[in-house]
Design a protein around this ligand. Structure first.
Ligand code: RNT
Ligand code: ZN
Length: 421
């Protein structure tokens, strides 16, 4: 048999195995192709951006010093294009304010406007990509105290309010230009190293500041607002103003999306169980798919139990239209294009595994009280030929199958990344 025939036979055998437990592989593949995953631009340069040479602050850290990181918007776009060429399915790109790309004198962050992202918008349009957006409330002198929107000084708060206000306009401009709403996600690093005497006042200030940020009514067809909570950061170990409870209440009261970042909860807590509960209260959610190792370390997303459980919940809750899937990790110790490709392929692989769950059978077993049968089937699904279906998906999407893309990244490293100063 030729290679092609072997591949085909392997896929057909896999399809029959899934069919035997009542799973329609073709339906799964067509759903899979259309679920957008929003890549985070900041994996490409360790969250540096192009605004200044200043350090990354805000209690987050990209560790490692692998050569070849993108230094300009053109380099970042080239690296992204290489990554996208190796990724099956629909994608978006999530930008941060520090990635503004324009000619002429630098403007302060609170004066950024859509024109400063026109090159990104044109590039995205040419590639059929949707864009998402993030105000950058860190890596800035006015964030040096570890406080931004909750800062006690009204002038500091006002600066960040102007920044978020402008960010929403940029998001809306992206959404309008590209015909798909941008999710503009507000994450602030605000917190304290040591135990505060007053946990309440900063939170009260944050409510007021957020209300000011969101004052302008924007068409949800162009821009959707999300707020992202956190547990702690480096140098902010004792108190985080924007905790999960804070933002859950805020978002419910004000009609905002909650962003759930997989690294922003206690290490034994996972996002999976939160999905069904949150979906009962919120029409839409944003995810930051990430992998914390012992802390919010933002490791490259791995195909692990947490990721699979999360994607299963999105499918089981029939929530693929309601949950915006974004990635958020930054590993500076390995080839950054590979980091994008590994994490994004894993996220979509986990989604495929979820779409291939024998849902009907499991529900019937559960309803009949056959809990041993339910466990047996769940466990046996783990050795099903998922990889054959994944590779078929890659072939149909005209991207390399597993095993075939890394050589392309190695060649790109040699020809492009290694040549960078
Ligand atoms: C930080 C948050 C936030 C950032 C990005 C760069 O803990 O997860 O989403 O990672 O905005
Ligand atoms: Zn995040």
């Amino acid at each position: 048999m030729s290679n092609k025939e072997l591949e085909h036979a392997a896929f057909e055998a896999a399809r029959a195995r899934y069919q035997a437990v009542g799973v329609d592989v073709e339906a799964a593949l067509s759903t899979l192709a259309n679920v957008p995953i929003s890549l985070h631009c900041w994996q490409g340069d360790d969250v540096a951006g192009f605004e200044s040479q200043g350090a990354l602050t805000g209690g987050i850290a990209a560790t490692g010093n692998h050569p070849g990181k993108a230094r300009t918007a053109d380099e970042l776009r080239a690296d992204l294009e290489q990554a996208f060429a190796l990724l099956p399915g629909a994608h978006r790109l999530s930008l941060h304010a520090i990635y503004a790309d324009y000619d002429g004198p630098r403007v302060p962050r609170d004066e950024l406007e859509p024109a400063h992202f026109q090159r990104w918008i044109d590039w995205a349009r040419a590639r059929g990509l949707g864009l998402d957006y993030n105000p950058t409330c860190f890596s800035h002198p006015l964030a040096a105290d570890g406080l931004t929107l909750s800062h006690p000084d009204p002038a500091v708060r006002a600066f960040w309010i102007r920044h978020v206000h402008g960010s929403r306009r940029i998001g809306a401009a992206m959404g309008r230009a590209l015909g798909t709403a941008a999710v503009t996600n507000v994450w602030i690093p605000d917190g304290t190293k040591d135990t505060p005497a007053d946990r309440l006042a900063p939170r009260q200030r944050l409510i007021e500041a957020l209300d000011a940020c969101f004052e302008e009514a924007l068409d949800p067809a162009h821009n959707l607002d999300a707020v992202e909570s956190k547990l702690f950061g480096i140098g902010a170990e004792s108190y985080t103003v924007g905790s999960h409870e804070f933002y859950m209440g805020y978002a419910a009261a004000r009609g905002k999306l909650v962003c759930l970042d997989a690294g922003h909860f206690h290490p034994t807590e996972t996002l999976a169980d939160k999905i069904s509960a949150m979906l009962l209260w919120f029409p839409e959610l944003l995810l930051h798919v990430s992998r914390g190792v012992r802390w919010d370390s933002d490791h490259v997303v791995a195909f692990n139990d947490d990721l699979q459980a999360l994607m299963l919940e999105l499918v089981r809750c029939d929530a693929l239209q309601r949950v915006h899937i974004g990635l958020d990790y930054f590993d500076a110790s390995i080839n950054r294009v590979a980091a994008w490709v590994i994490g994004t392929r894993n996220a979509r692989k986990a989604l495929l595994a979820a779409l291939l769950e024998p849902r009907r059978l499991l529900l019937d077993l559960e309803a009949a009280g056959d809990l041993a049968g339910r466990l047996a089937l769940m466990e046996e699904m783990k050795l099903m030929p998922l990889g054959e279906v994944w590779n078929e998906f890659c072939r149909r999407q005209n991207v390399p199958v597993d095993g075939a893309w890394m050589p392309i990244v190695r060649a790109y490293e040699k020809q492009v990344l290694a040549v960078r100063g």
